[in-house]
Each structure stands twice: as structure tokens, then as C-alpha cells.
Design a protein around this ligand. Structure first.
Ligand code: ARG
Ligand code: ZN
Length: 876
């Protein structure tokens, strides 16, 4: 049941061509698969062909169009084994299966959502459609014929180029598609139904015209305009920055309302969770727009990093995901503010990937075994995977990185490859040895880098001593030292950057210091005065840095670093000890005090008009409760962390009331709404200012006014959140929640915000509130977006409400997991990961969490998805 990387071997049979015919029926769809195979050279002629299945029933099997005798094959729901196949010559199998899309609640394979047929085949969904060698290293061109009821399915789509379509028989029509680019089955897609469409075109760099189509529910066409714009910008950007041109004459996107993940990069036919397509100012926040831009780009970029070059096996998942996240991050950085994007990405990495890497679910970016591949679509594969590619770019420098990417595209186009193949391209293109660097892929855990500096005035030298360790993770007690690229600057008193005459102790390239030993000291000569070290600038390496810097030094960085990321990092480093101490004080019932130097530095930044508003908003957004918990390291009391953080906010609000009033007035955006980064930044700074003002004024008044005055969803959702979270019992909050509901009733994506805002109201009452909302007729337990916005948001995003000391939050989650699991195991497993940090809770809560997890573990009939997660979480 456990799959091991070491067991990899190629298939015995080579798949040459795939020809599929679907006869659509909501409950009984017929699939005829014609597959041409030949035995791989050198494979023993007695070996059978074994195809994968999942809940399938074989209804017909032909060999070169002739019946096979029953003794020649065995069919089970999980596999089809065929014997007596030719030693050399190609042969054709025709396999017939019937499936029930309507009953497919797992949302894997072919299913129906709101009357639309759609597929999700990654990772192993294709085997729920027909018997097939369902693995990413089996690539073939596909011809697809879709036959369906004419009236119900005016739109019938698949991968590749459209061949043609017409009437088929009484009441039915057909459409045929051909995808010439060999691809694995996980990239197959089919969509059919009655959908609206917006159309556009894109002229590629070589002058070919590509038809662009985005399909949405009728009436929602105008809300797809931003996605279309983002698509065209993505296509252009990939040409300019990676030399990648689109390769079919049509590119299609379909938005569906039931989807387990964000979106899927099926060749030429991306399928999206509608949440990441639909937007207009009235219903989407700035964050929604940014997410749409990012995910449209991500799936489009997969066309080269994932589709043209795919993964040899699922252990290599980060080959396509990490690289594609890196690419979408670069794209967003170019579209928006690079430092602000970096800050947001690092916040996300630290709040979600670091806890994963430091807990029971830790795994290397390239794992060496798995029980359930669906559980490996993780923050580590995606985000740490992206950081690894980012580090390669840092180590190689811009030009060599580009050369390596070019070589990768040239060398491996059309192949299914490994992470080793990928890294080799960078080695070959640059001449640099990346063998030590490769450990990042196979070693789990967040490295800890400790740093200290010593200045010798007489000699004019500065010595930076560094030490690296990586904590043990499940299955990996001992860790080797990594090659850690640390971008740095030695900042002098006047804010300029020192230019040492020479360095000893290790390699430095440009502003990057290469830490390769367990401990290593770099000595810089020709340093005229004591410098302040800005280390790991732009977060060049995903590590925990411990650097005992004085308050003055941190303030100096916060003021002077030319790297905005590091200025933000310095402010965070100033904030964290205050937040940690505040949590301890709150726990011990002491008064919370705040370091005035920290408050002054933060307010100075807030009021600095030379800094972009989005940056200032990031600085004022203090580390989250989860971040503080991580910094505290263990024995955590979420109530104390919450109370301490609130007290710190109040202290800052009081000291900075004037600044916040000014910002609140100055940052008002005039004129028509635009989702562009500049305006969005002003709205976010204004929102933070409002939040502080509410601490200073201790009244719902101002937020109620903001809610009434809001003319876009960003302002509306922001003010509603503040009202509901700070003054849940005030009539202003109740009224605003009610008016929001009335106004957006019938728009499920907006009602999801209404669910989430209420699910995250802090405090012990949250659980009862969530339970009541689940009874609301607008809640649909079968729709993943609804479940995530209510149950998921509660478990992931409400530390005080979820971590009730009586354990009722965990108990509720256990019941929910057990209720969701039989219908949608992927969704259940994903939400369950919200408990991954249970061991760092104080003992009473930790014991309650353990009991809830044990209850899940003991339940009968668990899916592999949930059983894998709960098993790993409970393992000591
Ligand atoms: N490849 C998709 C993306 O990142 C995600 C698909 C996830 N599918 C799954 N079964 N977990 O763009
Ligand atoms: Zn992806």
C-alpha cells in the first residue's frame, strides 16, 4: 500500500495512441477506449499488461477488434490484467466501461457539477473513467469524441484542437478533438454542458493566432473579463521572460462550482474552481483579483512546466509544482510590487509551510514514499518547491538561471523527467556543482541558521559566524548540511552599504554568501566602521534565522535597508519578542507592556510617505497568532496569544492614533474601482488604519460608517470583518451581517465570505455559531467551497474558537471529518491537516486534540486519504 521511489521502473508496454469515445449520460456514461500498445523492447514476452482501475466494471474488451476469451484477462474494480499479448507487434485494445458521473461525489474522474460534466484526473482520477496505464510517464496523443444530448450539452470540450462536430443521431450531437502533444492521462479533460463563453484572441510571438475562450455559467460572462485579461498578460509574459510560446490554436478555461482544488492545468483546457475566475468590483476583493491573476498564470505556465515537460512519477511532483509556483510568483512580482509580493509569499510560507515542515506531516519536497499521493499536494511541494527554484536562481544568477531553464526546455521537451534531470540542466548550463544543493529536495525540515557578528575596529575587519542545523523530522533523524545562499549587506552608519576589500572563510558571489558547512565564519576586510548586518535579504533561503541583533541595529535596518523585504523583516523581528512576551504576560495575568522603540519604528514606517502603501500595510499587519505560536515553540495557549496580541495592538493604536487618523483619511481611493496594485495597496493601508483606530476608540462606530460607505467588496468585507470580529454582540455588527446577506443572497461565492467572517470571530462562542451556520439553507455540505469557507476556515483560521480548552472544537472537527470522508476523502483529509500542530499546544488542549484524532483513527471504513493523515499525525 506504500509506494516507494526506489521501486520505480518503466512500464512493460508502450502506449502509442489513445482514442476515446464518450456517450454522455448523467448516470450511465459509456466510455469506449481504443488503446494501441506495443511491448517495450527487451520485456519478457510472457509478461501480461496490467492496467489501473478505480471502482470500474469492465463491460467489453476487444483485441484488434475481436472478442477475447475470458481466460485471457482478469478484471477487478482496481485492475485489468491481459495475458497472451504479442511479443513485438503493436495491438489495439478496445475497452468499454460505464460510469455514473452524477454519483461521483469524490470529484475525481468524470463528475457532474451544476448540470455540467467535468473531469479532474490529477493525480489518479483517469482510472475512474477507464482501465488505463494511469501514471505520468505514459504519454500519448489523444483523439476524443464526445456524444451527448444536444439540448443539454451545446458545449462539448476536450484537450487539443477542435476537429469538428455535428448532429449525431436523434437528439444527440458529437464533437471531436485531437491533442497532438503526447501527454499523460492526468492532463486529460472533458467538459460538457450548457455554458456561456467570453472569447478573445492572442497573437503569439511567432505570429500565430490563438483563440481564447473562458466558459462560465450563463449570465456570469462579464465576471470573467479580468481572468481573460490575466490570461493574455500571462501568455505575453511567458514569451518575454522564458521564451515560451503557446502550442495549440485554442486555449480554453472552464469555471466550475464544485472543485477540490484551485484549478487544473489540463492541456489546452484548464478547469477552474469558479472562485478563481469570477470577479467584479461588487463581489470580489483585491485579494480575489490577485488570486485570479496568480492562478490563471499558474495553470497557463504549466503548459510548459508540467505538460510539455512532465513528471516521471508522482515523487517528482515539485518538479512541476514548485517550478510553476516560482514562475507565477515572478509573474505577479512583475505585475505588482516585487517586495510586497515577496513579503506576502514569505508570510504564507512561514505561516503554512514552516508548521508543516516542523510537525508530524513534514516531508521532503521530493518524498521517497507515500501512501496517498493526493495528500502530497502540500505547502512543502508547492511553496518550498518554489523556494528551491528561487535559490537556484540566486546561486546561479539571472543569466545562468535563464540558460539552465532554456536548456531544460530544449533537452526535455516531450519527456517525463525527474528532479535530478532538472537540476542537471542548471549544472550543465552554469558549470556549477549543485550536488550539495540537491539535499534541499530530499531532506525535510526548516533549517535553523544562527548568526553572530564581531567587529574589529583596529583591523578594520568584520567577522560573521554562521551555524546551520536542521531539526529531525519523521523518518529523518540525522541531517546533512545544506548549501544555503544568504543574500546580505553590511550597512554602515550613514545607511550606505560597505564594500569590503576582501573576504575569507567561504564563497561569496555578488551579494550572496554561500553557507555550506555546519559552521562557517566569513571575515570581511576593509570595513571602516562597525556595520549592521542585513542577512537573508529578500528571504533568499527558506530558513529560520536566529541572529541576536540589538534593537538599535534592527531599527537601523528598518530605516535604511535598500531591500524593502528586509526592512519589513526587521520590523517583524522587533515585533515578535513583544508579542511573545505579551502572550506570556497575558497567560500569567500580568499587564502587557510594549517596547517604545518598536512602536516608534513601526509608526515611523507607517507614516513614511516615501514607502508604498501596500508595504506599510504589510508592516502594520503584525505577525499572526499562528506565527507567534511558532515563535513560542511549544506549550501554547491560543487564548493567551490572542489576548497578548490584542494588547500589543492597543498599545500601538494608542501611541499612533494621530497617524492612523491621517492614513485613514489620506488613503481613501477616489474614482472608479480598479484592481490594480496601487489602489489595492491604498485600500489595504486604509483598512489597517481602520483596524488600529477601532482599538484606539474601542467603538464599532467607524467600521459601521465604513461599511455603509463602501462601494467595493474590499472595503465592504474589511469593515464587516472588523465589526464582526471586534464587536460581535453590537447591533452594528448584527445589522451589517444581515444587510450583507440580503444584498448578496444567491451569490454563493460572496456568501462564502459571509460564512468565513463569522467562522473566524474569536472566542469560545465560535463553535456554536459555526454549528448554527451549518444549518443555514445556504450551506451545502457537498460543495467544497462552502465546506472550506465554514468548517475549514474555522479550523485553520480561528485559533481561539477552534482550540477551546474543553476540546469541543476538536470533537466537532472529528465529526465533520468522519461525515465528509465517505463522500469526498480529499476534502476531508485536507481539512484535517488543520490539526497538524497539535503537539505544540499546552498539555490540556494537546490531550483533547489527541483524543479527537484517536476517535478518527479508530473509525471504521476510513479513506486512505484520511487514514494516512491521521496516522502520521498520531505517530510518535
Ligand atoms: N495541478 C494542479 C495545480 O496545482 C492541482 C491539482 C491537484 N489535484 C489533486 N488531486 N490534488 O495547478
Ligand atoms: Zn500547479
Amino acid at each position: 500500500q506504500i509506494v516507494h521511489l526506489a521501486d520505480y521502473r518503466p512500464t512493460d508496454f508502450v502506449l502509442e495512441r489513445v482514442d476515446l469515445t464518450f456517450e454522455l449520460d448523467p448516470t450511465n456514461t459509456k466510455i469506449e477506449a481504443r488503446l494501441i500498445f506495443h511491448r517495450r523492447e527487451g520485456v519478457d514476452a510472457s509478461l501480461p499488461l496490467v492496467l489501473d482501475g478505480d471502482e470500474l466494471k469492465l463491460s467489453g474488451l476487444l483485441f484488434d477488434q475481436k472478442e477475447m476469451s475470458a481466460s485471457q484477462y482478469d478484471a477487478t474494480p482496481e485492475s485489468l490484467t491481459i495475458r497472451d499479448l504479442p511479443a513485438e507487434s503493436p495491438f489495439e485494445l478496445t475497452i468499454t466501461t460505464y460510469i455514473n458521473p452524477e454519483a461521483n461525489t469524490q470529484l475525481m474522474g468524470l463528475y457532474r457539477t451544476n448540470g455540467v460534466y467535468c473531469t479532474q484526473c490529477e493525480a489518479e482520477g483517469f482510472r475512474r473513467i477507464t482501465y488505463f496505464p494511469d501514471r505520468p510517464d505514459v504519454l500519448a496523443p489523444y483523439t476524443i469524441t464526445i456524444i451527448g444530448d444536444k439540448a443539454a450539452n451545446p458545449v462539448m470540450l476536450s484537450n487539443g484542437n477542435f476537429l469538428g462536430g455535428a448532429g449525431y443521431d436523434e437528439g444527440r450531437s458529437f464533437a471531436a478533438w485531437f491533442d497532438p502533444h503526447p501527454k499523460p492521462a492526468y492532463l486529460f479533460a472533458l467538459v460538457a454542458g450548457d455554458l456561456g463563453v467570453i472569447e478573445d484572441t492572442f497573437e503569439t510571438m511567432s505570429g500565430r493566432e490563438v483563440a481564447l475562450k473562458i466558459y462560465v455559467e450563463h449570465g456570469k460572462e462579464p465576471r470573467a473579463a479580468y481572468a481573460m485579461d490575466a490570461l493574455k498578460r500571462s501568455m505575453k509574459w511567458d514569451e518575454e521572460h522564458f521564451g515560451r510560446e503557446y502550442d495549440l490554436n485554442i486555449f480554453q478555461i472552464v469555471a466550475v462550482s464544485d472543485f477540490n482544488m484551485g484549478a487544473m492545468e489540463n492541456k489546452g483546457l484548464n478547469v477552474f474552481n469558479d472562485k478563481y475566475v469570477l470577479a467584479d468590483p461588487e463581489t470580489a476583493t483585491d485579494q480575489d483579483y490577485a488570486n485570479i491573476e496568480r492562478i490563471i498564470a499558474h495553470e497557463y505556465f504549466h503548459n510548459w512546466t508540467g505538460n510539455r515537460i512532465t513528471c516521471r512519477d508522482w515523487f517528482q511532483l515539485c518538479l512541476k509544482e514548485g517550478l510553476t509556483v516560482y514562475r507565477d510568483q515572478e509573474f505577479s512580482s512583475d505585475m505588482r510590487s516585487r517586495p510586497v509580493k515577496r513579503i506576502a509569499d514569505v508570510r504564507h510560507l512561514k505561516s503554512d509551510q514552516f508548521p508543516e515542515d516542523g510537525g508530524p506531516l513534514a516531508h521532503p519536497p521530493r518524498p521517497d514514499s507515500y501512501r496517498e499521493i493526493n495528500n502530497f499536494y502540500t505547502m512543502t511541494i508547492y511553496e518550498k518547491g518554489a523556494e528551491i527554484t528561487g535559490m537556484i536562481a540566486t546561486i546561479l544568477g539571472r543569466d545562468n538561471f535563464r540558460k539552465g531553464m532554456d536548456l531544460y526546455f530544449e533537452r526535455h521537451d516531450g519527456q517525463a523527467v525527474t528532479v535530478e534531470d532538472y537540476v542537471k540542466c542548471f549544472e550543465d548550463a552554469s558549470g556549477r556543482d549543485l550536488s550539495q544543493f540537491f539535499r534541499w529536495y530530499v531532506q525535510a525540515g526548516t533549517p535553523l541558521v544562527s548568526a553572530s557578528g564581531a567587529y574589529d575596529a583596529a583591523a578594520g575587519t568584520f567577522t560573521l559566524s554562521l551555524e546551520q542545523t536542521t531539526p529531525a523530522t519523521p523518518g529523518q533523524p540525522n541531517k546533512e548540511p545544506l548549501h544555503i545562499p544568504l543574500s546580505f549587506a553590511l550597512i554602515l552608519d550613514n545607511g550606505s552599504i560597505a564594500e569590503p576589500t576582501s573576504v575569507t572563510g567561504g564563497e561569496i558571489t555578488g551579494d550572496v554568501l554561500h553557507l555550506t558547512e555546519r559552521s562557517q565564519s566569513f571575515t570581511f576586510s576593509g570595513v571602516s566602521s562597525r556595520p549592521v548586518v542585513s542577512l537573508n535579504r529578500s528571504f533568499s533561503a527558506p530558513v529560520n534565522l536566529v541572529f541576536e541583533q540589538s534593537l538599535e541595529d534592527l531599527v537601523h535596518i528598518a530605516r535604511h535597508d535598500s531591500d524593502l523585504f528586509s526592512r519589513w523583516q526587521a520590523l517583524t523581528d522587533l515585533a515578535m519578542p513583544n508579542l511573545a512576551q505579551a502572550a506570556r504576560d497575558a497567560r500569567d495575568g500580568k499587564d502587557v507592556t510594549c517596547d517604545p522603540a518598536f512602536v516608534a519604528a513601526l509608526l515611523e514606517c507607517a507614516g513614511d510617505a516615501s514607502l508604498e502603501p501596500a508595504f506599510r500595510a504589510q508592516a502594520l499587519n503584525l505577525p499572526s497568532e499562528a506565527d507567534i505560536a511558532r515563535a513560542l515553540g511549544g506549550n501554547n495557549d491560543p487564548d493567551a496569544i490572542h489576548a497578548g496580541r490584542k494588547a500589543v495592538h492597543e498599545a500601538i493604536a494608542k501611541a499612533g492614533e494621530e497617524v492612523f487618523v491621517r492614513l485613514y483619511n489620506e488613503m481613501k481611493v477616489e474614482g472608479a474601482y480598479s484592481p490594480k496594485a496601487g489602489d489595492a495597496g491604498k485600500r489595504s493601508l486604509r483598512g489597517v488604519a481602520l483596524s488600529y483606530l477601532m482599538y484606539a476608540e474601542n467603538s464599532p462606530q467607524r467600521a459601521a460608517e465604513a461599511f455603509a460607505a463602501a462601494d467595493n467588496m474590499t472595503d465592504l468585507a474589511q469593515s464587516l470583518t472588523l465589526l464582526a470580529h471586534r464587536f460581535p454582540d453590537a447591533s452594528e455588527a448584527t445589522a451589517a451581517l444581515a444587510s450583507f446577506l440580503t444584498r448578496f443572497d444567491g451569490n454563493p461565492l460572496v456568501i462564502d465570505k459571509w460564512f468565513s467572517i463569522q467562522a473566524t470571530i474569536p472566542g469560545v462562542d465560535a463553535l456554536e455559531r459555526v454549528k448554527a451556520l451549518m444549518e443555514n439553507p445556504r450551506f451545502n455540505p457537498g460543495n467544497p467551497n462552502r465546506v472550506r469557507s465554514l468548517v475549514g476556515t474555522f479550523a485553520f483560521g480561528n485559533p481561539t474558537g477552534f482550540n477551546r480548552v474543553d476540546g469541543k472544537g476538536y470533537d466537532f472537527l472529528a465529526d465533520q471529518i468522519l461525515a465528509i470522508d465517505p463522500k469526498n476523502p480529499q476534502l476531508a483529509a485536507r481539512i484535517l491537516t488543520s490539526m497538524r500542530s497539535w503537539r505544540s499546544l499546552e498539555p490540556v488542549r494537546a490531550e483533547q486534540a489527541r483524543l479527537a484524532l484517536s476517535k478518527i483513527a479508530k473509525a471504521a471504513g476510513l479513506s486512505t486519504d484520511v487514514s494516512d493523515i491521521v496516522g502520521r499525525m498520531l505517530k510518535d
